[in-house]
Design a protein around this ligand. Structure first.
Ligand code: AKG
Length: 343
């Protein structure tokens, strides 16, 4: 299996990125978090046609903005409203690490691959491990094939047991995933085109059209060599790896909980209540009165919900068709590798 090309600035790997002192600070910060087990779809209505309700494979915590799975993940230009809910700021140790990563990206990435306003203002913290289900411990330490749709490079810091991270070709339309902490396709379906073992304290950065758009990525498995139990304590779960994925969501797309549309607010109210029980930030957000813009709105009826889902599905299909046509046209216009070499 090919390893990451070392000269490509849009795919970087650095072992031992996190110093011992920063690691200690990170561990203390993480140990005090209260991650959530989210459901993939809203529990207030049936899942979209052809989809099944399910829990995510792992508990998560978001910083900067929280992309609740049931609101659909941030997916510009299709979905940018009411899906990135303002969340707690980064702790000082993460701000320092982020400054270093941003400087590295600006120094090494081609300018065309870094949007002018790009900065790492969003962090998804994934907790990987095994879960107790019906009295048995079940390994759920993986993520299915998906893309991260936020604009610009994505960086990820790995802590704990090492993980096998793979890039894979996108499958035929409809078969491959777009997004999701949990992944629409199970890990392992298609052969990898690139892999990297992500070690304890390492940093990986990827961006540009190849790694962000053309390929999907996944976490195939996480080793269990050291029998680690990382904090925080999570009921019926043993964490052996924590990954912090850093991304960029434009500020104008991050919405305070009080400004969410009524349907979205209702969808995430229980999660907000759970978060608020452990976090002054979320307690304040929950106590804020709903924005005047939405206070008078009624939640949509079930039929309106269904129509909206259908419209979104249709628009996504049309966009995928267009993208596929464009790719095909580009391929036809392009001289083949051999003919390029001959000119
Ligand atoms: O855990 C990792 O290394 C990657 C996580 C990931 O792919 C994601 O959060 O989108």
């Amino acid at each position: 299996m090919p390893r990451a090309p070392r000269q490509d600035p849009t795919l970087q790997y650095q072992p031992e990125f996190v110093s011992a002192a920063d690691r200690q600070e990170l561990d203390a910060y993480l140990a005090a978090l209260h991650p959530l087990w989210e459901m993939r779809y809203s529990t207030l209505r049936p899942p979209p046609a052809g989809k099944e309700q399910r829990g995510l494979l792992r508990p998560v915590y978001w910083l900067g903005n929280w992309q609740f799975a049931c609101l659909g993940y941030y997916e510009p230009p299709r979905r940018t409203r009411d899906c990135a809910v303002r969340a707690e700021p980064f702790p000082p140790v993460l701000l320092r690490l982020v400054a270093e990563i941003e400087a590295r990206v600006r120094a090494r990435f081609p300018r065309r691959d870094v949007p002018p306003t790009w900065r790492l203002n969003t962090c998804l913290i994934n907790f990987y491990g095994e879960r107790q289900q019906d009295g048995k411990w079940v390994d759920v330490a993986r993520v299915g094939d998906h893309r991260d749709l936020e604009p610009g490079p994505v960086a990820s810091i790995s802590l704990g047991e090492r993980a096998l991270f793979q890039f894979v070709q996108r499958g035929p339309r409809g078969a491959g995933g777009t997004r999701g902490a949990g992944g629409p396709r199970s890990a392992g379906a298609s052969p990898p085109v690139q892999h990297q073992w992500l070690e304890d304290n390492s940093l990986q950065i990827f961006g540009g059209p190849r790694w962000k758009d053309e390929l999907l990525h996944r976490v195939q498995r996480v080793e269990d060599r050291h029998k680690l139990t990382l904090g925080p304590a999570i009921a019926s779960f043993r964490t052996r790896r924590i990954n912090l994925t850093l991304r960029y969501v434009p500020d104008e797309d991050v919405v305070p909980f009080a400004h969410l549309a009524p349907r979205a607010r209702a969808d995430v109210a229980d999660y907000m209540t759970e978060l608020a029980a452990h976090s002054p930030f979320f307690a304040r957000a929950l106590a804020e009165p709903a924005s005047a813009a939405h206070a008078a709105d009624r939640p949509p009826t079930r039929r309106q919900d269904q129509r909206q889902d259908q419209r979104q599905d249709r628009r996504q299909d049309q966009r995928q068709d267009r993208r596929q046509d464009q790719r095909q046209n580009r391929r036809q216009d392009r001289p083949s590798a051999r003919s390029r070499g001959a000119t």
